[in-house]
Design a protein around this ligand. Structure first.
Ligand SMILES: [Zn+2]
Length: 496
């Protein structure tokens, strides 16, 4: 045994020496992809393609373990007008977005005519290289990067947002994977029907015009997926009846997840391709199919300019609009009474597509509570140590009060934190229950901060520090601890 093992190791070593890094190279034909692209193979490809005139490569930061966070830029006219930003694999075990982007990088390097003259394409193929290396969801610090968009504590999410702020993309696409064999379906002897799904940002804080244009893209991509024979649907979270409701996802702009473009007034999308995690031995057996579906969507975003004029106008209008007068602080999915949505699944025994009716397909965004938008937020001097670095991570501008100042402010109190999943509204844990008293004059000490709401960054400011957002800053322990003995949280709403 011992001899045999040693001999096998020797053979493996020889093979590795002979083949070198090519063992991990991307196959000539995408159909032959059998495994996710390794970090090493991706980094090698990036090094190779940066010699091309129309490609520039930058390192936008380092992961927790020191891996480079690469950004590739593709363009070949001096002033391209349309900026696209594709990023993937915030979750290290969700690979096919990155695999498709690897294929795209390779194709674009070989044939620059695939890129229209007016397109400026930015690709961050691998946001979480440490998680990718161990095929785990979280980064090396144990953080779920897609839950770090308010705090921006991780170098990976910091880099992502630095890039977002710098390039102000018109379209952002965030790549993920979902589980096709969830318990509720398996209990019925089914697996999920879609191979790939796409959702668009739809927080009530987001421009309604951008939401409508996002839905148009969901349909346009659907037509193309149908032509190509990929099972495609609008992204929904599926819980099978009786207790389960189906609802569209990416409403969660209130904690930044899945809604990157909200901050930058971009058309904002999430793609999710379906992976079997429990019913097959090799989760990568269909990786070529998933990657190819993904790749077709990326290409459509590059090449389909049919609604671009309208999109540019809506994006520019959103970027220059005055600050919204009211802030929706508590919202969820609801239904207007149309309970008979038909959905599809695949029977595990026969492989046939079955149709079923869900009792409550929640199709409407419902705002449960809103508040008047303040002119600014004031932060008492005792909270500055924690909140100033947070503002700086978001590059949010603030003024430091240089001598005592009186301002009319609403004082806010943290009444409770709810750390359970909300079964009623199908929403996640971490709700902060905050009430604010009507505005009164109050004195602010030297060293306090004032954050004004300018239109371009207003939504980022609101999502980050508005005390009454249901899923806001004070759901996080360090910030909840800022509340004093009377539960006053020390972030004030400046009303005039
Ligand atoms: Zn994910």
């Amino acid at each position: 045994m011992r001899y045999k093992t040693t001999f096998r190791h020797f053979l493996a070593l020889m093979l590795a020496l002979i083949i070198g890094t090519n063992a991990h190279a991307f196959p000539e034909n995408l159909k032959d992809l059998k495994q996710p692209v390794t970090n090493e193979a991706l980094f090698n490809l990036i090094n190779e393609v940066q010699k091309e005139d129309h490609i520039s490569v930058s390192v936008e930061g380092k992961s927790v373990q020191g891996n480079p966070l690469y950004l590739l830029r593709f363009h070949h006219s001096p002033k391209p007008k349309w900026r696209l930003f594709f990023h993937a694999q915030q979750h290290g075990n969700e690979t096919s977005g990155k695999d498709a982007l690897t294929s795209l990088i390779k194709e674009l390097a070989q044939d620059k005519s695939l890129l229209p003259e007016d397109v400026d394409l930015y690709i961050m193929p691998l946001v979480n290289p440490d998680g990718a290396a161990t095929y785990s969801r979280r980064n090396a610090a144990g953080a779920d990067l897609n839950r770090d968009h308010i705090l921006l504590l991780q170098p990976e999410t910091q880099a992502l947002h630095r890039v977002g702020r710098r390039i102000m993309p018109h379209i952002v696409v965030d790549g993920h994977e979902f589980k096709r064999d969830t318990g509720d379906y398996l209990d019925k002897g089914w697996k999920e029907w879609p191979v790939i799904m796409m959702g668009t940002a739809n927080s009530p804080l987001y421009s309604p015009a951008l939401y409508d244009l996002g839905k148009q893209w969901i349909d346009k991509v659907g037509q193309n997926m149908q032509r190509l024979g990929h099972n495609y649907e609008r992204y929904f979270l599926a819980y099978y009846p009786p207790h389960g409701e189906l609802r569209y996802s990416t409403l969660e702009g209130d904690d930044g997840r899945n809604s990157f473009g909200l901050y930058y007034h971009s058309l904002s999308f999430i793609i999710e391709s379906g992976v079997y995690r429990s019913i097959v031995e090799d989760p990568f057996f269909d990786i070529a199919q998933r990657t190819s579906a993904y790749l077709s969507i990326y290409k459509q975003f590059i090449q389909d300019a049919t609604s671009r004029t309208e999109e540019l106008e809506a994006i520019e209008a959103s970027r220059s609009a005055p600050v919204i007068p009211y802030i929706a602080t508590n919202f969820f999915w609801g239904s207007d009474g149309n309970f008979d949505h038909t959905s599809k699944a695949i029977d595990l025994d026969t492989g046939e597509t079955v149709e079923f009716t869900a009792p409550n397909f929640m199709t409407k965004r419902v705002v449960k509570r809103y508040v008047k938008t303040p002119h600014a937020y004031a932060i008492r001097s005792s909270n500055v140590d924690l909140i100033k670095p947070l503002l700086e991570r978001h590059e949010i501008e603030y003024e430091v009060v240089s001598k005592k100042r009186n301002m009319s402010v609403e004082t806010c109190f943290l009444l409770a934190l709810e750390n359970d999943y909300d079964e009623v509204y199908e929403r996640y844990e971490g709700r902060q229950i905050v009430r604010c008293k009507p505005a009164q004059m109050r004195e602010f000490q030297e060293g306090s901060l004032v954050v004004r709401l300018n239109s371009l960054q207003a939504k980022e400011v609101i999502v980050t520090i508005e005390p009454q957002m249901l899923y806001g800053l004070f759901q996080y322990k360090a910030f909840a601890e800022l509340a004093d003995s009377s539960n006053e949280i020390g972030v004030y709403r400046v009303m005039e």
